[in-house]
Structure formats: C-alpha cells, structure tokens
Design a protein around this ligand. Sequence first.
Ligand code: PMP
Length: 405
Amino acid sequence: MFDVEAIRRQFPILHQQINGKPLIYFDNAATSQKPRQVLEALMHYYTTMNANVHRGIHTLAEKATEAFEATREAVAKMINAPSKEQVVFTRGTTESINLVAATYGRAFLRQGEEIIISAMEHHSNIVPWQMICQEKGAVLKVIPINQAGELLLEEYEKMLSPRTRLVAVMHVSNALGTVNPIAEIVRLAHQQGAVVLVDGAQAAPHYAIDVQALDVDFYVFSAHKMYGPTGIGILYGKRHLLEAMPPYMGGGEMIKEVTFQQTTYNDIPYKFEAGTPNISDAVAMKAAVEFVQQTGFQTIAAHESQLLAYATQTIADIDGIRIIGTAKEKASVLSFVIDGVHPMDVGMLLDAKGIAVRTGHHCAMPLMNYFGIAGTVRASFAVYNTKEEIDVFAKELRKVAHALR
Ligand code: PMP
C-alpha cells in the first residue's frame, strides 16, 4: 500500500506554513523538493570526503572520486545505458542540449541540412538549435500540434527527408503535460538517417527511462526535477556519437596531453567534463536516484496519474476555466486559463493561501502563441502531493475565479 504520509515525512520543507497556511507545493515541474536522504548526502559529502575528483592520490580524493563515479554508474543503470562512460555530467538539461548543439552541430551540420523540433518545445530545446542553424546555414523545422496539444505525427513524417540531420523533441511537455511517442519519433527519424535528442526533463521524474528500448541517440535531464539537487544534470549519448563529437569546453580534465603546439583529448565522458565538476551535487544525485527507485516508478506514476485525473475533474466546472493541454496521454501537469483573468493574479492570490503554482509562458512562448494566450496557470504534481491538497487548491481557485471575474 502506498503511504503518501510516509513519503511526506521524508521531505522536511513540506512541513511549514506559508502566509499562515500549510504549504501546498504544486510547482514540481519547475523544481521538485528534496527528500532528507538527498540533503544528508550533501552534508555527508562535505563533512566526510570533500576533495577534488580524479588524479588525487590521497584518501579523500579517492573517496570523492568513488562517490562521484558511483552516481554515474547509478544513473547509467537507471536509464539502462550500455555503459557508464555514456553518461556525461552537465549543469542540467539546458547545458546538455547546448553541448550537443555546439559539438555535434558544429562538427556535423552542413549548410541546407535540417533540424526538426516541435511546436511545444521549451526554449532550451529551441534556442540552441536556432543558434547553430544560424551559424551553419541550416534550416529549423517545427512539427505542428493540434488543439489538444498532441504532435501531428503524419506532418512530422512528411517533414523528414535525407536532409534531416537531427530531431530534437521533448518526452513530456512542461507546459501541457503531453507525453510524446518517443519510440515512434525515433524510428521514423532513423529511417532517414537522422539522430534524435530527447529532452527528458519532465519525463525522468515520473517514468523509468530505457534509452536502449527507446533507441534514442541522446537523452538529457536535470537532477533537480527528480528530487535531486540543482546544478547537476545528465547527457546520455550513444558511444559512437559521443566519441565522434569534438569537446565542448577546454580546460583541465578533458585532456590527455597538452603542449603549446597541440592537445589530445581525454576519452568519454571526461572529454566533455572540463574543469572541477559539481562534485557535491553529483554525489547527492545518487540519493535522488535511490529515492525514486525505492519508491518505484510505477508507484510514482500511478499516484500522480490519480492526482492529475482528480484535479482535472475537480476544477472542470469552475466558471470560465479552460484546460490547456488535453492530450490522451498526459503526465502530472494541469495547465489552465480562466477567461478574463490574468494568470499572474491567480498565482498571487493562491500564494496568499499557501499554494505554490507557476504562472506565465513556462519558457514556451511559441506554444503560448499557438494557443493565442500569454500564459497559463500551471499546477504540477509530485509523489508527495495529496488529494486533500487538491481539494484545498480547488476550493481556493473557485474563490479566486469568483472574485476576479
Ligand atoms: N526542458 C523542459 C521540458 C523543462 O521543463 C525544463 C525546465 N523547466 C528544461 C528543459 C530546462 O531545464 P534546466 O533549467 O534544469 O536546465
């Protein structure tokens, strides 16, 4: 039996009052809260083993390196990567995408070739591709969506051609909750010889990801949305691609040998990890991986899907409400507008009641333009949220809608 109270007890931050009310944290798609085991891992790292990783021969350096590499191993297992060398530490999803755009893009993208993204992408999966397309004279194409917020796969299929070099799509939409059919997207891209990068920022917290089953070429995500610390994230890549890609940043760690005439680069993943990495957060990320694995992805997804269904149904009859994102397959995100009411006003009045939601364009301005809106109110759920919280949220939202309309 799933015991949400037992889960909640592991999250110290949840047990506080905000503006005189018990905190209801529904901004999980922006960043999730952290369980005690992650906080303790950080403290443990700094109080027992802090040292710079790799190359050190003293005991602390060895301990720190072991802990750092243990996370790489744990992440590789979690996403079923064939080897831990294919797991590169970055600052997060944004840096992972920029890394691929800058290195793969710079080395292999030719004038007139095409990159395909989708109409629902986060700015971090739009702008890096725009930048590299501009630099290389390549063309950015956009898979359209329907009013439910689903990709039009037949349009995507028509768009693919031998000119397509890379397809970059999100697994789960942060603004709509749509779950995209990644395996099918990959299969179609591969038929044309294109590689696929998947932005898994919103999928990794909810689903067991199997990079081999999906056959993705690159898969990227951030620890902070999956109960881990900020400032650390993952780039998974197929070995032959990572090996063929030039380095991203130059500096220590990413080299084998340096002379003033010439430098040879380190093997993967270190080729992409110049400088002192974010060791402490990488080490603590292992505790986050263990948290989701101990809780179980099936349990997490089942609980969140119940919360989403319950919340959707509970707010549906509020006057003037329109849910943005009604895809058949959705995860954990409830985005909506109330006719005649500014999302920011809703957010502010809910905050006065201790309820944290996100309002605005959710870093998806082109998507908001498609729906003809400036932004939405977004409630996004995590494994520690409850039906009772949704009841309070719905009651307060009803009052807010009534007051503002
Ligand atoms: N992609 C998606 C779908 C996201 O939701 C986010 C975070 N809002 C990002 C990318 C960027 O992640 P980060 O800020 O951790 O780099």
